[in-house]
Structures are given as C-alpha cells and as structure tokens.
Design a protein around this ligand. Structure first.
Ligand SMILES: CCC(=O)SCCNC(=O)CCNC(=O)[C@H](O)C(C)(C)COP(=O)(O)OP(=O)(O)OC[C@H]1O[C@@H](n2cnc3c(N)ncnc32)[C@H](O)[C@@H]1OP(=O)(O)O
Length: 630
C-alpha cells in the first residue's frame, strides 16, 4: 500500500484500518468493537478487547519457539559491563520479579513508581508491572526529590522500585537518599520499596519498608507470576510530562491501543524487522525509552539495546560507533543534541573510522528540532538516511515521519516529512481556520486521536480537556507551532507556550520560576529558554530583588542556580541567573517573555505596543543580550 492510500484510509475508515493492524497483536479476548465514540471527546480503542502487554512483548515469542533469540543487550560503559538476555531469559526475570511485586501486594490496577538508572532491572520492573496488570510510572533519574514526590503524590503507588545509585560520567549519583527525601516530602504513604543495590554506592535500607532486589528475587517464597489479562482500555502506564503551569501532567497510556500502534509503527515507520537490533539511545524515563527501548522492539520480537552511557565522555566521541559495531545495530534513534555533542568533539568523525558500522540502515532523530547542520553532518558521515520525525509524550509514537517501511519519501532538511497514518494533522490560525501552505499556525490533530495516543490525563479528565481540547473544539492542541508546505510536508517551528526543550528534555519554565520566586530576596522573576548550540535551548533566569535587600547579587544568583538544581534536578541545566532592575511587562502585568527571548538571542526585537514602560528594555539589554562579536 502506498503512503497516500494508507493515510487516506486511516482517516476515512479508522476502524477498518486499525482493526487490520490489531490482528498483529495476541489478544486473550479479540476486540469486537474497534472505536468507542460514545463518550466523546473521550475516545476508547478496542473497548471490549482483552490482552496482556507483557505476554505480547515476551511470552508469545517464547511460545513461538523464539526463546533463544536476543531480546535485550545492556551496554554500560560507565560500569564496563555488557549483558545479553534472550527472550526466554528476560521472561524468566520478569515473571520472577512480577512474583516479588505480587507478594508485596501489587495487583491489577495498582500503581508502581520506578525511579531507576539505565539498568536491565528497570526494564524488568516495567514489564513485571505490565504482567500483573499493574500501572507503572517511571520517573527520570535526573529529577530531584521534590519532583519525584509530586509524582508519587499524584500516582499514589503501592510500591516504589529504585536503585542505590545512578552513574554519570563524572560522578556516582546516590538515588536512595533522593528517594528517602521524596518519601519524606510526599503526603502519600506507600507500603514498600524495592531497592537494587549497586556496588558503586550501596544504600542503607529502611527495615520493614525496603526490600533488597537481589534477596527478593532469590527468596524461596517467591514464585514466578503469570500474565493477568486486562481490558484494552486499562492503563499500562502513567508518564508525567511538564506542562506550562502547576503539576506535571500524568499522561495515561492504555494497553490495547498502545500495543497495536507501536507494533504498526515498528515496521511502517522505522522499517524494523523481527531479527533486527534496535537502539533508542534515550532513557527509560522518557517516552522514547518506554516506546522504543522497551515496548516497540520487544512487541516486534527484535533485540533492543539499553545503553548506560553518553554520546561523548564514555569514553569518547566514538561511543555510539562502538555500540553500533559491537552489537550490529540496524536502527539508531536518538536526539539531535547527542549528534551535536559528537560533532563538537570530533568534527571530522575520525573515530568513526575505527569501527565497522555497516549494519546501520537508518538514523532516526527526534525530541527537539533537527537543525540542518546536524542533519547534513550525520548524513555525510554515516552515509545512511537520516530521518527527522516528530512526536510527543502525549502521542506515544510518531505523528509526522518519513515512513521507511511503508513508503520512503524524499527528505527535506528541517521537516519531519508527512503526517503518519492515523494522525489528521491540521495547522490552524487563531480563528481555527486552516492555514494556507507556508502560513504558520498552531499544529493540531483532529479527533479522534489514533490508538496509542493518550486517552486522558491520570484522574484528571477536566485538565485533559482544558489543556488539549478546548482551544480548537474537535482538535487536540499539540502546543507546537509550524506550517505545511505545498507538498504537504510539515515544518515544526517550536513550542507556542512556556515549555522549553533542553537537550531533548521537555521542561517547564514555570516550575523553575516557582523555585526562584520562593527565595526570600526575590521580588519577581522570569525564566526563558534561549537558543544554545549544543542543547538546542537552555534556560536563563532573571530576577528583580526586593527593595532593601543587601545581599551580594552574585551570591543570590549562585543560591538560585543551586536551588533549581536541588528542587527540579540537574537535568534542568539552569546555569545562569541575572539580577535586573525590572522585567518588561504589558500594561496588564504579563511578562514579555517572547521579547526577552528575542533580545537574549540577539534578535532585533521590535518594542511591543502593549509594553507598559519601554525604558525597561534599555536597562535590560546589556544584561540579557549576548556579547557582540569584536
Ligand atoms: C519524541 C518524544 C520525546 O521528545 S521524548 C524525549 C526525548 N529526549 C531524549 O531522549 C533525551 C535526549 N538527551 C540525552 O539523552 C542527553 O541529554 C544527552 C544528549 C545524552 C546528553 O546527556 P548529558 O551530558 O547528561 O546532559 P543533560 O543535559 O542530559 O544532563 C544535564 C545534567 O543532568 C545530569 N543527568 C542527566 N541524566 C541524569 C540521570 N539519569 N540521573 C542523574 N543525573 C542525570 C547530567 O549529569 C548533567 O549534570 P551536570 O549539570 O553536568 O552536572
């Protein structure tokens, strides 16, 4: 089928299109209905189907005689370890850990928070939850205790699974003290924690609450657990993502639609085959890790690489080439920032010459805008198609891509190509009318969203509607702006709200502002995202001090940088805060962040007509603007 036919059918007859795709999944009860529109805008896919996602990811491959095939390759340059698991071995680990969770009282529908570094046990814990019909919520290890506590309070887990430490190239990061601090901060009281002890920093366990992973796995009392069939519409996981304001949003993923969509995407979008080695160089704490380190490749029956390292510094800028060569990687998926880091360290890619990377068929990039320089560098050095594609935590799988398995298309640098079948992408102007080709507007998706995309936010239907469905009735608002060209190619220009993207990590400036505003010396503040050659964007903070404050401004700024690191996490990467005499505002008191961003990036910003006091810009300019080239 051509792309045009597949896309047209997916929009005109979504039920027929996805019913066919659903046949690739093993159901314990095959769905009789495909799409339930009765409670719109809360659409439900495969409402009467039943399945188990872990069964589809592991057991069915073993039952089909593929148990000896490679499922998971753990490659950890930070510990000097490589471990390989066949499907049969991974299944045995998962079933046993599901037994541990079951014995700790975890049952269908219970939540389990997973706060772990990139170790195989993180994957085992996720799949064990899926096996029991429990709902996992993985929290990225770069978040600080307060962020973890907020997520624990929202998800209200029965158990937390964590590790004694994570390992960054320059330091060991003790996770357990952060978990303990989060549990002190959280209002929710949970019953048990399972802790994986790592030799780099062994943690103290709290008697009666904490369980040692290894001891629990070898306990004679614990037997393996079988798969619990759940409704297709039951949640598989909650994954929190930054919103503009307030608490992070708990994106819900269901079981049935997710399995169908991911399996479809593995071949049609990524061109992957069951015997492939697929490597998503991301983190299990992000949606890329959920969809394309864990579920997608395993649902397909491919081998997936779990990499505990960085593109540079572990040990050098040849790390990615070494992993491709050593494990025969066919598809690499990472964020542009990773390639910018490699390019900066080894511009001529001399280290590439040391490795045989001929197994690599395609490089996929996503998570932030792919700048043309990085695109050209990667294409030229690797000599394989470099595919930009675009999607979000909320959608769970690609919205726009060059579909390598369905019909590869000519590449236009700067564009993630065309809407993926299932996604009725519309670019709308402020009045909700479709923009003409080339005209920029809000990128929206006409409802219903396809299987696999979020059905709602965790226990907050109202916020789901308010955040995504209210701006343009009948459409999901992505929060990104952009345009389509005459050929229907999509160009995504960036967020239209105060969410920023730092090294492929989606962060809320609002949560950083909340930390700055809490400092006793600060009267008001603003955090903006500014362009950065390596990380795409980095945050910068500006504060106005309260009158009468006598503290040294440099000391206050250093305290503020520290506070954001302690309260949001190292991943926020807020390295610079400046004291300014005033912030530019509209007459109604709204801070002119867009104007500040333009000034910080050296643009010739026009003075907005709504500004309350234009002279503020003159005093701000020397602080905010980048130094001029000599
Ligand atoms: C398509 C849908 C989506 O968008 S899903 C999201 C996709 N995004 C991604 O996959 C993320 C891609 N980015 C990355 O993998 C990393 O940023 C890469 C490129 C590897 C660079 O890593 P790194 O050098 O650590 O820089 P960074 O900006 O990520 O980190 C900033 C500081 O945070 C720390 N950090 C990072 N991860 C952890 C962790 N798991 N546990 C504890 N700390 C962590 C880093 O060490 C760094 O700290 P420091 O400021 O240098 O002291």
């Amino acid at each position: 089928m051509s792309y045009a036919d597949a896309f047209a059918r997916s929009i005109a007859d979504p039920q027929g299109f996805w019913n066919e795709a659903a046949r690739a999944v093993t159901w314990s009860r095959a769905p009789g209905r495909v799409l339930d529109r009765d409670d719109a805008p809360f659409y439900r896919w495969f409402p009467d189907g039943e399945l188990n996602t872990c069964f589809n990811a592991l057991d069915r491959h073993v039952e089909a005689g593929r148990g000896e095939r490679l499922a998971l390759i753990y490659d950890s340059p930070v510990t000097g370890t490589v471990r390989r698991f066949t499907y049969a071995e991974l299944l045995a680990e998962v079933a046993r850990f599901a037994g541990v969770l079951r014995d700790l009282g975890v049952a269908e529908g219970d939540r389990v928070v997973i706060y772990m570094p990139m170790v195989p046990e993180a994957v085992v814990a996720m799949l064990a939850c899926a096996r029991l019909g429990a709902v996992h919520s993985v929290v990225f290890g770069g978040f600080a205790p307060k962020e973890l506590a907020v997520r624990i309070d929202d998800a209200r887990p029965k158990v937390v699974v964590s590790a004694s430490c994570g390992i960054e190239p320059s330091r060991v990061v003790p996770y357990k003290p952060m978990l303990d601090a989060a549990l002190d901060l959280a209002a929710h009281r949970l019953e048990r924690c399972v802790i994986l002890q790592r030799e780099q920093a062994v943690a103290e366990l709290v008697p009666g609450r904490d369980v040692d992973w290894a001891a629990a796995m070898t306990s004679a009392a614990t037997g393996p657990a079988g798969c619990v069939p759940v409704k297709a519409t039951d949640p598989l996981y909650i994954l929190y993502t930054s919103g503009t304001t307030g608490l992070p949003k708990g994106v819900v993923r269901d079981n049935g639609g997710h399995a169908v969509a991911l399996l479809w995407s593995m071949h049609n979008v990524y061109g992957a085959l069951p015997d492939d080695v697929f490597w998503a160089a991301s983190d299990v704490g992000w949606v890329v890790g959920h969809s394309y380190i864990v579920y997608g490749p395993l649902l397909l029956g491919a081998a997936t690489v779990l990499y505990e390292g960085k593109p540079v510094g572990t040990p050098d800028a040849g790390a990615f080439w070494r992993v491709i060569a050593e494990h025969g990687v066919n598809t690499l998926f990472t964020a542009p920032t990773a390639f910018r880091a490699i390019k900066r360290e080894d511009p001529a890619a001399t280290l590439l010459g040391k490795y045989d990377v001929s197994s690599l068929r395609t490089l996929f990039l996503a998570g932030e805008r792919l700048d043309p320089d990085t695109y050209h560098w990667a294409s030229e050095k690797l000599g394989v198609p470099v595919i930009d594609h675009w999607w979000q935590t909320e959608t769970g799988w690609p919205v726009a891509a060059n579909l390598r398995g369905l019909e590869p298309m000519p590449i236009k640098p700067g564009s993630p190509t065309v809407p993926v079948p299932g996604y009725d992408v519309r670019v709308l102007d402020g009045d909700g009318r479709e923009c003409a080709p080339g005209q920029e507007g809000a990128i929206c998706l006409r409802l219903p969203l396809p299987p696999g995309a979020l059905p709602t936010l965790w226990q907050d239907d109202g916020r789901y509607v308010g955040s995504y469905l209210s701006a343009f009735p009948g459409h999901y608002l992505t929060g990104d702006g952009g345009y389509r060209d005459e050929d229907g190619y999509l160009f995504v220009m960036g967020r239209t709200d105060d969410v920023i993207n730092v090294a492929g990590h989606r962060l809320s400036t609002g949560s950083m502002e909340a930390v700055l505003a809490a400092h006793p010396a600060v009267a008001e503040c603003a955090v903006i995202g500014v362009a950065d050659a390596l990380k795409g964007q980095v945050p910068r903070g500006f504060v106005v001090l309260k009158s009468g404050v006598e503290a040294d401004p440099d000391v206050v700024c250093a305290e503020l940088v520290r506070a954001v690191r302690d309260e949001v996490g190292a991943v926020a990467s807020l390295k610079r805060v400046d004291v300014v005499p005033a912030l530019p505002k509209t007459r109604s008191g709204k801070i002119l962040r867009k104007t500040m961003r333009g000034m910080a990036e050296g643009a010739d910003e026009p003075v907005p007509s709504t500004i309350e006091d234009a002279t503020v810009l003159d005093v701000l300019r020397p602080v905010i603007a980048p130094p001029r080239e000599p």
